[in-house]
Design a protein around this ligand. Sequence first.
Ligand code: LLP
Length: 379
Amino acid sequence: MDIKIFEGVKTPFYYYDKELLERTLDAIEACTAGTPMKVHYAIKANSEPEILRIISSRGFGADCVSGNEIMTAISCGFRPENIYYAGVGKTDEEILTGIDCGIGCFNIESIEEIDILSELSAQRGKRVTVALRVNPNIDAHTHEYITTGLKENKFGIDMRMLDEAIKKVKSSEHLDLGGLHFHIGSQITISEPFKLLCKKINDLKARYRLEGIDFRFFNVGGGLGIDYENPDKNPIPDFGTYFNTILSNLDLAEGQEVHCELGRAIVAQCGSLISKVVLVKKGIEKNFVIIDGGMSDLIRPALYGAHHKIENLSTIGRPADKIYEVVGPICESSDVFGKDELLPETHRGDLIALRSAGAYGSAMSSQYNMRNLPGHLIR
Ligand code: LLP
């Protein structure tokens, strides 16, 4: 990172490396061209309009979870028919936004929602496509707060209620059953959970085929993880293995599509939170590097115990021979980015990068302590 481009930019701010984002998108295109795979970007990971415009210009679809995300996606160039809307608690107003905008699909998460969507579509005199989100009860082996496909989660329809759900959709004049939707969790770094998911999908496909029900698509959700500890060694996730796992394990019929909703894998590595060292505080047992970025700017460490690689951009090339606790300025003891960080000797005014922060960084920022929201620089 050349810190000259940061001169005069008010910290803390998110820096996004546009070239890395483009290369990440190139890698996805190279793996999916000519396959039945369609990629929908999960907007919740990062909804900076400039980033959305870069992604939409590649013809990707969008996975949205609120009415505002739908409106933002459309204003940033995503085609309404490529927008899919998921969420366990869509409000009537949000559903009507989706219907009025002509989005491609509603991912339904409960039997109750089928009636609500059917009623609201009838009100608008429209027919909408739906996918049923099935809870496949697969352990994604990731953090408990971001695992979603286990049966005790609030997400999706329990497998045992799927027959009833399908019957209900089929009996509505206003709903068209497009496919099945799944999402088993996030930051998944092994292939096994995705293989298990494909097996579940194959079983469901075969079972419903016998009843004369065919699906136009299966949506495997998002979840592909990234390398938080080695962002320079692995700046682009292993899309080859991921797409190959899905495409080679799914038994698709002629014309059937498979969709995925990647968020983190697309935008995480291109972003860093850049902060300035406010002061270095000497303690008895340890020394603290106190930066101007805090948990209000990047909540992942405080919320999930996540670790983002920490770099002192002002001391590149110097030996990392001091141990510091790197913390934010917020009045919470969880406002800590690293407990025992090996860094070169650090001083007031140095620029610190928290790497791999392009996903669920600015998107989850808040104004806690009445702080300003972090700024951004896209280059
Ligand atoms: N599809 C659905 C239905 C989802 O719930 C999610 C993420 C995605 C796709 C995108 O997943 P991804 O490809 O990004 O793993 N804030 C947490 C992550 C929460 C993920 C929520 N759902 C974090 O910072 O780790």
